[in-house]
Unconditional design. Structure first.
Length: 84
């Protein structure tokens, strides 16, 4: 006899390693990655951002880099910093 197993996904389900994304100075995602915690994700993103071109200053435009964490179906803001 074969038992059937159906995995149930609850709305509070979180994967073991959450996914993160790095946004460039124009607000476009440049990198999506996983990390064990928010601090590790922020460290990875700041190192990765050093290899991206520095956004040009323009009136009314964003110039900061941002890190977001995926929480279910949405992205949650974690950190923003100006390029060096």
């Amino acid at each position: 006899m074969r038992a059937s197993f159906r995995a149930r996904r609850h709305s509070s389900y979180r994967p073991a390693m959450p996914s993160y994304r790095l946004l460039d100075g124009r607000g476009s995602p440049t990198d999506t990655f996983t990390a064990t915690c928010d601090n590790e994700a922020m460290a990875h993103a700041t190192v990765r951002a050093r290899h991206l071109p520095r956004p040009e200053p323009r009136f009314g435009d964003r110039r900061d880099f941002q890190v977001h964490r995926r929480d279910g179906d949405r992205w949650t803001f974690l950190l923003a910093w100006a390029p060096a």
